[in-house]
Design a protein around this ligand. Structure first.
Ligand code: HEM
Length: 458
């Protein structure tokens, strides 16, 4: 089995000019050989320093024990503001705490069993459309299909509406534009060139893309906001819970702009990450035909000729380990930037106020000193008792501490449904001349999609 693709690390750290040339395409192209071995590294920029923290105890210090000292970086808040507004993904302090309480309640009330039929129906629709399309093409790019189904699942579970193709064309194209410009904007900001960035055509195009997405989402939720008093009690989507939220102290409910912020954030955090994880899971299974065979056997044994049901999801450990290993090799959120708010010493390095502390699931998951065969696809490591300590201390695809992903359970359920139903029907192979072109932007994706040959199983 060949080693799954990853961008070959460059021998030496890039200087500012090299970084400005490479990074607009991908954050990952800046990583150098030592990045995968060091406990902690440092890059000096004109206005700040960036510290890469890989050592497990230090990662816990930043993400858990001293997390208040290391809030989300303000540049990330500013970069995502046009799309996500003042939403939980980038806010800090008391504002974040209140939002986390509201959204946790909404997620807890919308039970996974209630959401299951909505996810299931979206996947059934995907499979019908895929089967219409498949005979027309010998090779299919599966990546847009995964993006569509995860966006459709968010639409159905959050707003009880199906994603129409024309809506998808508009929203997903706008999001793709927004995401492709993100690394350049971030780099200019980090280099202290934010003032120039504001006036670049690409920045204006990024803001336009964000407006298009927000407008589309607003058009869907506004009518329900206006008649929330008469909302059907039978509605079980997440928006119903958000519409019914009211502040314990003031009794006030959320305004329309706050709702748009929350829904846009859930749309972004919820579909893009899951689409990335699903595409990489399928890539790895196409690459490793032996593992694919064991997954097919597991699905056949658990389902027989019956359709997938909620209760089956806990009986697919091999499939689940493939998903976990895909998240290790290709963590959709590869970098978690934090801001140092007060002087701190770490490994004899002085971190000062405003310095960037970068926790990178990408580097931590592939660290040479922590993992055996870090770049190899070995889903069985998730069932190997000897690997559990490594996993416990060096595996954080959903983040860590109080800001851990709110949708981790949602994402796991969604992934198992999509993969189990898809693999029940299809055997997948990759054309021998196809190699994904991996890029790290807001999420880790393949710039040339994922070409697959889909054969129906007997
Ligand atoms: C495989 C899929 C997913 C991955 C890998 C993922 C990963 C992450 C990560 C790493 C964070 C923390 C970021 C940080 O600490 O800087 C995060 C936060 C978050 N995620 Fe996810 N996510 C996924 C799916 C979802 C889904 C499906 C939803 C909702 C439907 C969601 C909602 C959120 C929210 C609301 C936060 C912010 C939490 C906070 O700051 O308090 N995620 N996610």
């Amino acid at each position: 089995m060949p080693t799954p693709v990853y961008p070959p690390p460059i021998p030496q750290r890039s200087n500012m000019l090299q970084a400005l040339c490479k990074m607009p395409r991908s954050f990952l192209s800046l990583l150098f050989t030592r990045s995968y071995e060091m406990k902690m590294g440092e890059i000096s920029l004109p206005k700040t320093k960036v510290f890469f923290v890989n050592q497990p105890e230090l990662v816990r210090q930043v993400m858990v024990s001293e997390q208040k000292k290391f809030p989300k970086h303000h540049l990330m808040h500013e970069a995502l503001l046009p799309l996500l507004g003042e939403s939980i993904f980038t806010t800090n302090g008391e504002q974040w705490r209140q939002q986390r309480t509201i959204l946790s309640k909404a997620f807890a009330s919308a039970k996974m069993t209630d959401i299951y039929p909505m996810m299931n129906a979206a996947v059934d629709d995907l499979l019908v459309r895929l089967e219409q399309e498949r005979p027309k093409k010998a090779v299919l790019d599966i990546d847009p299909w995964m993006t569509f189904v995860t966006a459709d699942i968010i639409f159905r579970t959050i707003m009880s509406t199906r994603l129409k193709t024309e809506q998808a064309d508009k929203i997903l194209a706008a999001f793709s534009r927004f995401q492709s410009i993100a690394p350049l904007s971030a780099l200019l900001e980090v280099y202290g060139l934010g003032a120039i960035n504001k006036y670049t055509p690409s920045e204006r195009s990024r803001k336009r893309a964000a407006r298009i997405i927000r407008q589309e989402i607003k058009e869907i939720i506004h009518p329900r906001f206006l008649c929330k008093a008469t909302e059907s009690a039978a509605q079980t989507d997440i928006l119903t819970h958000l519409l019914n939220v009211c502040d314990d102290e003031t009794g006030q409910s959320l305004g329309i702009d706050e709702l748009v912020d929350h829904v846009c954030m859930l749309f972004l955090a919820g579909h893009e990450t899951s689409a990335s994880a699903l595409t990489w899971s399928l890539y790895l299974l196409a690459l490793d035909q032996d593992v694919q065979r064991t997954v097919h056997n597991e699905i056949d044994q658990v389902l027989g000729d019956k359709p997938l049901e909620y209760k089956h999801l806990r009986n697919l450990p091999i499939l689940e380990s493939v998903f976990q290993e895909a998240l290790r090799l290709y963590p959709p959120v590869a970098f978690l930037p934090r801001e140092c708010t007060a002087h701190t010493k770490m490994r004899n390095k002085d971190l000062n106020k405003n310095d960037v502390v970068m926790i990178s699931p990408w580097l931590i998951h592939r660290h040479q000193k922590q993992w055996q065969d870090p770049h190899e696809f070995k889903p069985q490591r998730f069932h190997d008792p000897a690997c559990q300590a490594t996993i416990r201390h060096n595996y954080l695809p959903f983040g860590m501490g109080p800001r851990i992903c709110l949708g981790a359970g949602f994402a796991r359920q969604e992934a198992l449904i999509v993969l189990a139903k898809f693999l029940k029907i299809y055997h997948i192979q990759m054309p021998s001349d196809f190699h994904p072109d991996i890029v790290g932007r807001l999420t880790v994706r393949s710039a040339n999609g994922l070409q697959l040959v889909l054969e129906k199983r007997g």
